[in-house]
Structure formats: structure tokens, C-alpha cells
Design a binder for this molecule. Structure first.
Ligand code: MTE
Ligand code: CO
Length: 434
């Protein structure tokens, strides 16, 4: 197995950071509280605006009472914020994918209803009372757990991103899909509640020869993968909750495996069995799929870790700039299967100069990180890029660097730098800079 990951310091120099004077000019300096609403953006007029001077219906009449929506749903004005698929991508919806609307979200947590879905045999519908988890193979005592049994083990809460290895796969050979939802939306980040896999394996007693774990799904695809014992004992969870509520059916209700930092395919949903063996099984999903064919004719396999990656979510093709020149909030997300994100640099000139972005919100290992760069846009064309670096020193390569090391046959593990062309009229396009 050849490791063609790219490590080391960034190859390009860091350009001058936006200084305090530039910020003051943009009216954005911290402590610059003198900024009056209206002068900052110049859109809303205090006088003569009927939305200010006239009483509106929502102000005049009583609204719906409590229990109008026993399980709350978003405002009707947010109806455009949905998962979307690309019809021509797959032959059927049962073995298909849809995408997280990254451009419409903020912070680091993905709302449950917006987590992208990837199924190989549709969504299994399982009554938790009928669900069983079996541990068999090289163990002292083969065991079968009900959901109730699992609730009696000590549990933990942890926030992790899940990225499909095929995320950005369409973009290997050039700019393809117009929107970060489609280019980068096979990722989500939620808080899982679950039992450390280690505790369940200890309960069964793994024999000395047991070096691999094979999780199996209860869905029609019966998804199986081989996971090395070290990883199983390190940080894997058998999870039943996401963001505090039960897993959604799409995400594997009632039980899924969480394999932090590793490719999404290994996070087996509707988890029904864990077999312990002395060697990997070489299942379909780790041979003909989820391997990377190199120029030499050899394929990389067992490329489990999802390396440092980032994308600017705003502006982006589905989130154009509507307000013209002046203060512009550039925002995006970054993540790494190697740990925390240490730094994200943003370029507005296609990678010639870089500014260090502001990381905001919790910085958790193997979780999404949120970054911002607040600029004063002069209204000219921008080529916006972001480049993440993780705490292990891995930085996000350019797409050309990736192609130089892996060739052009790959689909999986594209963590190359994305470029958005912001035009003077505020529209945004997916492009590549040579
Ligand atoms: N587990 C089962 N049982 N069946 C599946 O089709 N798809 C895998 C993985 N686990 C799959 C599965 C793939 S390829 C990915 S990327 C993730 O689940 C997607 O998880 P999500 O649907 O929660 O986004
Ligand atoms: Co996947």
C-alpha cells in the first residue's frame, strides 16, 4: 500500500493579513460600535419604509398556539433549505446519494433532517424492539444484544464529521457541479450518543488471534467492511442518538457504527452484527469500491483516513453575493480525520496571496470547524479558495498536486483546494485555476 498523502508545510507564502486600518475602513473593527444600522449595509431606510411605519399582520393578530407543531419544523420561508440529489448521477434512488446544503448552514453541527444520505439498498425500516446486535467469530462468548441491553452500558457523547470517500469525486478531472452542496455536500457533523465499541468487545472477550472487526448492516445491501482491531478499541462508538434524538431512519435507526475520521462507508448503518476475524475479509466495498487506481495500474487500498479538507460555503454558486461591494463575510467549513483543524487560510486571488481565517466555535478532534474571513469587497472579480491545515501538519493540496501524486483515475479521497469565481455582479461559478 503506497501512502500518497501530502504532508509538510504549505508551499505558498502567506500574504499580508488584513490590518486594523483596512478593517476600520470597512467599518468592521471590533469596538467600532459606532456603526449605525443602515450605514453598514445601506439597504434599510429608517423613514418611509412601510415595514417600519405600518403595523404588519404578524403584529396585529395572535399567532398559532403551542402544539401547533408537536414536532417542530423550520419556518416556511426556509423551504429551499433541503437535501438535494443529482438525478443523472445514479440509476435508482435506492442506491444513491443526496447532499447536505452546506451553503445554507452555519456553525459546526448539521441539523438531523439535512444530513446527506447514502444508501446502497434503500432505508431499512426497523422496529427497535425487533433489532438485534450479534458479536461472533473469534470471541470467548458470542453475544446477542437487544437495544435495551445496549442502554445498560456506559455511554458517551462525541461530535464527529462523517465524509463519504466519494465526496468531491466528480471534481477530480475538473470543475463539474455548480454548488458546494453538490461538490462537497457528502459530509455532515453531529453529536453522537453511543456505547464505546471497546466495551462491547470486552464483554464478548476477543481472542488473541482476533485482529479485525467486520460490521454488517441489516439493510438490503447488508453492507460489510473490515476494521482493524486497534481502531475498534480506540474511538469507535455503537451509536443510537444523533444531536440528542434517536438516529433518523436515513442514518441507520436504531443503531449505527461511528468510525471517527475514517471514510463514511465504514460507518455501517442499521448495525446488526460484528464478526471478529484474524484477517481482513476483502469485501466488495474494500476491493472493487473504495480503492484508488493509480497511474501505475496499482490500486491504493485501505485508505481509511479522510485527510484535511475545507470549502468556502459562502459565497458559492448557490449563495451568490446580493449586496454589492463593501463588507463581505466569507465563511466555510474545514475538517480532518487526523484530529483538530489548526489553521485555515483563505485566498481571494486564486491562491497567490493567503490570509489566515478566523476559526470560530468549538474546535473538536475529527469534527467540523467553522471559519470566517471578513473583507471589504471592492466589487471586482474574486477567485476564492480555502486551504486547511490539521494538527498533524497535513495541509490540503491543490488539485494539481493531487493529480500529480494519484493520477486521473481516482474518484475517492479528493481533498483538493476548491475555487469559486465571484463575478462583479455577485454571481459565483465553480472553476479551476491552473
Ligand atoms: N451502511 C449500510 N448498512 N448501508 C449503506 O448503504 N452506506 C455507507 C455508510 N453505511 C451504507 C452504510 C456509505 S457509502 C456512507 S458515505 C455512509 O453510510 C453515509 O451515511 P449517512 O447516510 O448517514 O450520510
Ligand atoms: Co460513502
Amino acid at each position: 500500500m503506497s501512502d500518497t498523502r501530502i504532508s509538510g508545510p504549505p508551499s505558498q507564502s502567506i500574504g499580508p493579513q488584513m490590518n486594523r486600518r483596512a478593517l476600520l475602513k470597512a467599518g468592521l473593527a471590533t469596538g467600532g460600535a459606532a456603526i449605525a444600522a443602515g450605514t453598514l449595509t445601506g439597504t434599510a431606510q429608517a423613514g418611509g419604509d412601510p415595514l417600519i411605519t405600518e403595523i404588519q399582520d404578524w403584529n396585529r393578530y395572535l399567532g398559532d398556539g403551542v402544539q401547533a407543531s408537536p414536532y417542530g419544523v423550520p419556518s416556511e420561508f426556509e423551504a429551499h433549505v433541503v437535501r438535494r440529489d443529482v438525478e443523472w448521477l445514479t440509476a435508482s434512488t435506492e442506491s444513491s446519494v443526496n447532499f447536505t446544503p452546506l451553503h445554507a448552514l452555519d456553525g459546526i453541527i448539521t441539523p438531523n433532517g439535512l444530513c446527506f444520505e447514502r444508501h446502497h439498498g434503500g432505508i431499512a425500516e426497523i422496529n427497535p424492539a425487533d433489532h438485534r446486535l450479534m458479536i461472533n467469530g473469534l470471541v470467548d462468548t458470542p453475544l446477542v444484544f437487544t437495544m435495551e441491553d445496549l442502554m445498560r452500558f456506559p455511554r458517551e457523547n462525541r461530535v464527529y464529521f462523517l465524509e463519504c470517500a466519494a465526496n468531491s469525486g466528480m471534481e477530480w478531472r475538473g470543475a463539474q457541479l455548480n454548488g458546494c452542496q453538490f461538490t462537497h455536500g457528502m459530509v455532515h457533523c453531529v453529536m453522537y450518543t453511543g456505547v464505546p465499541l471497546k466495551l462491547l468487545l470486552e464483554e464478548a472477550g476477543v481472542k488473541t488471534a482476533g485482529k479485525w472487526v467486520m460490521p454488517e448492516g441489516a439493510d438490503a445491501s447488508a453492507m460489510t467492511r473490515s476494521i482493524p482491531m486497534d481502531k475498534a478499541l480506540d474511538d469507535c462508538l455503537v451509536a443510537f442518538k444523533m444531536n440528542g434524538e434517536a438516529l433518523r431512519p436515513e442514518q441507520g435507526y436504531p443503531l449505527r457504527l461511528v468510525v471517527p475520521g475514517w471514510e463514511g462507508n465504514m460507518w455501517v448503518k442499521w448495525l446488526r452484527r460484528l464478526e471478529i476475524g484474524d484477517e481482513p475479509w476483502h469485501q466488495r466495498e474494500e476491493t472493487s469500491k473504495y480503492t484508488d487506481l493509480l497511474e501505475t495500474g496499482k490500486a491504493r487500498r485501505f485508505t481509511w483516513v479522510m485527510d484535511a479538507k475545507s470549502v468556502v460555503t459562502n459565497p458559492s454558486p448557490q449563495a451568490p453575493v446580493g449586496h454589492g461591494k463593501g463588507p463581505l463575510v466569507i465563511s466555510g467549513v474545514a475538517w480532518s480525520g487526523n484530529g483538530r483543524i489548526k489553521r485555515v487560510d483563505v485566498s481571494i486571488d486564486g491562491g497567490r496571496n493567503w490570509q489566515t481565517a478566523r476559526l470560530d466555535g468549538p474546535s473538536l478532534s475529527k469534527a467540523m470547524h467553522r471559519f470566517y474571513l471578513d473583507i471589504d469587497w471592492d466589487g471586482s472579480d474574486l477567485l476564492i479558495q480555502s486551504r486547511a491545515m490539521d494538527e498533524e501538519g497535513f495541509y490540503q493540496p491543490t488539485k494539481n498536486e493531487l493529480r500529480a501524486s494519484r493520477g486521473e483515475n481516482s474518484i475517492y479521497h479528493n481533498n483538493g483546494i476548491q475555487t469559486w469565481h465571484v463575478k462583479a455582479d455577485g454571481t459565483v461559478e465553480n472553476v479551476e485555476v491552473a
